[in-house]
Ligand binder design. Structure first.
Ligand code: SF4
Ligand code: SF4
Length: 477
């Protein structure tokens, strides 16, 4: 008897397309976040943390624009002069060879940031990051022109009309102006501020300064006007590795699940078995990164505290206890007594900051204000004179690294009787470098043959503590 084909019999058993049970996506109960519904138009929120954030952001913006206008000793106090390769910071001038000091400063700042993050999470992002400050400034302008978040969403959907065109033109013009002033503000750390603003706004600036100002203006316009939270979500590396610095004692913006759930709407003063979250969705509507903090700690959260203020406002209306959402640590939520001061991360980053500050202090105190470079004459090792003496010639490169004119004493040091044929005192203007040819002379009979070590020294006459020296060789037959 022929055997039946098992594949054929399997397919015969399969249900036809009409017999399949249709699949339906079921809701998990969470309302869609702003993030999931495209462009984020977050609500403006008032409250304690928003006042704090606005104050910090405003101070940051104010400092950014005003610092280049501070003068010291007749010139801009903070200026990175790329052409002259000097960085002026009040009475300190840093040259390219001093830039290790800046590297230490950046490392100390990074450890300072980690140190704060262990304790307060991403408060830097919410309160001091320029991206946040400028984004909130641009959104503030948008809010004044197009109205609150609901009106902005409606305007987005509305067909083009004279009203929409007018509002959009005004908004983008003001954004453009704010971006252009920001571009000037940034470049004024490299080109003297007073001339730069004037030249840019009168169209008299040079080609390269105009290019750089417009480059930073366009970056600002795109970042703060269009990219906004996308920069934090996709471009900022700090958002990605911040979790490494967190521990159970780190305070971050957190929703108290035990107290809030089961969430649900209700009337004021209504007796209910539900948790304290009234599901008003305000915490989502005010979030600049468009997340729902009730879904737990998320890398998108910049710790700005807008949801804390929004939720506290709701709690107040319902006469509930404050801080359903608050800056709180995991241990605090669990009621575990803790101390950040003994946390290994906190102590480690704190120690690193202190070490870096000590290194910077040592580097600063050892920093010489004179630069000396000795180059031997490569044409001849030595020259013998008619009166039985030997001479070697050198080129000294001496730089006055201060901001004042200085007089320097030049000397050649050795246990053997060498003499210097050159003016022993040299005057250099602020920042000036001199190429100074000198000859060293010795009696042939008074020194042994071959190579001897001699040392050139340059000393500031008005401040003898400032002295540099460099060894080199003296050759004789
Ligand atoms: S979740 Fe809250 S703290 Fe975090 S970014 Fe959104 S509003 Fe700010
Ligand atoms: S603001 Fe507070 S009460 Fe309203 S949904 Fe968010 S957590 Fe719940």
């Amino acid at each position: 008897m022929p055997k039946s084909d098992p594949l054929q019999s399997e397919s015969a058993k399969r249900p036809s397309a009409e017999q399949f049970i249709p699949v339906k996506n079921l809701s998990t109960g969470d309302k869609p976040t702003q993030k999931s519904s495209g462009q984020i138009h977050f609500r403006e929120q008032k409250g304690y943390f928003q006042r704090l954030r606005t104050t910090m952001n405003s101070l940051l913006i104010l400092l950014f624009f005003t610092l280049p206008f501070i003068s010291f000793d007749g010139r801009q106090a903070i200026l990175l002069d790329v052409q002259q390769q000097q960085f002026f910071f009040f009475n300190l001038t840093l040259w390219p060879q001093d830039f290790t000091l800046l590297a230490w400063v950046f490392i100390a700042a990074a450890f300072g940031l980690f140190f704060i993050t262990v304790f307060w999470g991403r408060v830097w992002c919410g309160y001091l990051c320029p991206q946040t400050a400028w984004t909130f400034m641009f959104v503030w302008l948008e809010n004044r022109i197009e109205g609150n978040s609901n009106k902005r969403k409606l305007l987005d959907k509305a067909p083009w009309s004279a009203n929409k065109l007018g509002k959009r033109t005004l908004k983008h013009s003001l954004w453009g102006l704010a971006a252009l002033i920001t571009g000037c503000g940034f470049i004024s750390y490299f080109i003297p501020a007073r001339e730069l603003y004037l030249e840019i706004f009168t169209g008299n600036a040079g080609f390269w300064s105009t290019c750089w100002v417009w480059f930073f203006a366009i970056c600002t316009y795109l970042n703060a006007g269009w990219m906004r939270e996308q920069m934090c979500l996709h471009c900022c590396p700090y958002a990605r590795f911040q979790a490494v610095m967190f521990d159970a004692n780190t305070k971050t913006v957190t929703y108290d699940v035990a107290r809030g759930e089961t969430r649900g709407p209700r009337k004021r003063k209504q007796e209910t078995q539900l948790g304290d979250c009234v599901d008003c969705n305000l915490c989502v509507e005010v979030c600049p990164t468009g997340i729902d903090i009730r879904q737990g700690l998320q890398y998108e959260c910049i710790n700005c505290g807008a949801c804390v203020d929004a939720c506290n406002e709701t709690m107040q209306k319902f006469d509930y206890q404050q801080n359903l959402i608050s800056y709180v640590s995991e241990n605090e939520l669990k009621g575990i007594a803790h101390s950040n001061w003994r946390s290994p991360r906190f102590l480690g980053y704190g120690t690193a900051v202190v070490i870096m500050l000590i290194v910077i202090a040592i580097d600063l105190s050892n920093r010489s204000e004179i630069q000396l470079n000795v180059i031997r004459d490569r044409q001849s090792l030595y020259r013998e004179t008619a009166d039985n003496r030997v001479e070697n010639t050198y080129q000294l490169k001496i730089r006055n690294k201060t901001q004042q004119t200085k007089q320097y004493q030049l000397a050649v040091n050795s246990e053997m009787p060498f003499s210097l044929i050159a003016a022993p005192v040299i005057t250099l203007a602020a920042g000036e470098q001199a190429d100074y040819p000198v000859t060293v002379l010795a009696d042939k009979d008074a020194i042994p043959a071959g190579r001897k070590i001699i040392e050139f020294s340059v000393t500031d006459i008005s401040e003898p503590r400032q002295s540099v020296s460099q060894e080199t060789g003296f050759f004789s037959p």
